[in-house]
Ligand binder design. Structure first.
Ligand SMILES: [Fe+2]
Ligand SMILES: [Fe+2]
Length: 240
């Protein structure tokens, strides 16, 4: 199974954001991808026009599974991307791809940057995972760990202990996939692979790389995940 992951498009109506997103979709469109996962910060301000653009970009020959980030706004997200009535409830969705269960999880707190798994999201996660026995992937926006830069490290997932309990209760969770940090990164979390997707919009400069938060010249990048049983192998590619 071939999954692709992108994150942090930050569509803001500018030609720059549009060009980078279009370039990424043109690159992905020609590949035999089983599903594309988009881990949040799809919009930059959360306006209806930004989701209108996202919906057009996500018109691809494979399923596009997505979840919100701290720059997204649930009501406009629901209307623009899901054709649902505007609502402030978390935007969680479950998907079967092959024998895998992919859970796109809303870890956003409306109006705030850190992540949080709301009580209703945690009970939904428990139910979904209890009902499936194949490998499961959890995808959400804010990493549950620090990545080595004070900006993303100031807005990690706040209730990681609740995530730990979910992972303890459901050993078939094969990996955790996040975004938010704008840097391709890999570690383990609670015994599972934790992959942080690169961003489409700009790349985080780590403190040892010098001054300035954002490398605006770095090309967009994507992660490809091969899931073999419960083993995840990730390859990163730059989109030129
Ligand atoms: Fe972002
Ligand atoms: Fe973010």
């Amino acid at each position: 199974m071939l999954l692709a992951q992108i994150s942090d498009l930050h569509l803001d109506g500018t030609e720059r954001a549009t060009e980078r997103a279009r370039r990424t979709m043109a690159y992905l469109r020609r590949l035999p991808i089983d599903a594309l996962l988009v881990t949040g910060d799809i919009a930059d301000t959360g306006s209806p026009a930004e989701y209108e653009e996202a919906a057009a970009l996500f018109d691809l020959p494979f399923p596009v599974l997505h979840c919100p980030g701290n720059h997204d706004a649930r009501p406009a997200y629901r209307k623009g991307l899901l054709n649902e009535a505007a609502s402030d409830a978390p935007v969680n969705s479950a998907h079967r791809v092959g024998d895998a269960l992919i859970l796109m999880i809303d870890a956003s707190i409306p109006g705030e940057d850190p992540g949080f798994l709301a009580p209703e999201t945690l009970s939904w996660l428990d139910e979904q995972l209890a009902a499936a026995d194949g490998p499961a992937l959890l995808a959400f926006h804010q990493p549950p760990v620090k990545v080595g830069h004070p900006i993303p490290d100031g807005s990690t997932l706040q209730n990681a202990a609740d995530l730990d309990r979910i992972l303890d209760n459901h050993p078939h969770v094969a990996a955790i996939l996040t975004g938010h940090a704008h840097t391709a990164a890999a570690t383990t979390y609670h015994g599972r692979p934790l992959i942080v997707s690169p961003a489409v919009t700009w790349t985080l400069r780590l403190p040892f790389e010098g001054e300035g938060l954002a490398d605006l010249d770095a090309d967009p990048a994507v992660a490809f995940h091969l899931l073999d049983g419960d083993q995840l192998i990730t390859h990163f590619r730059i989109v030129r």
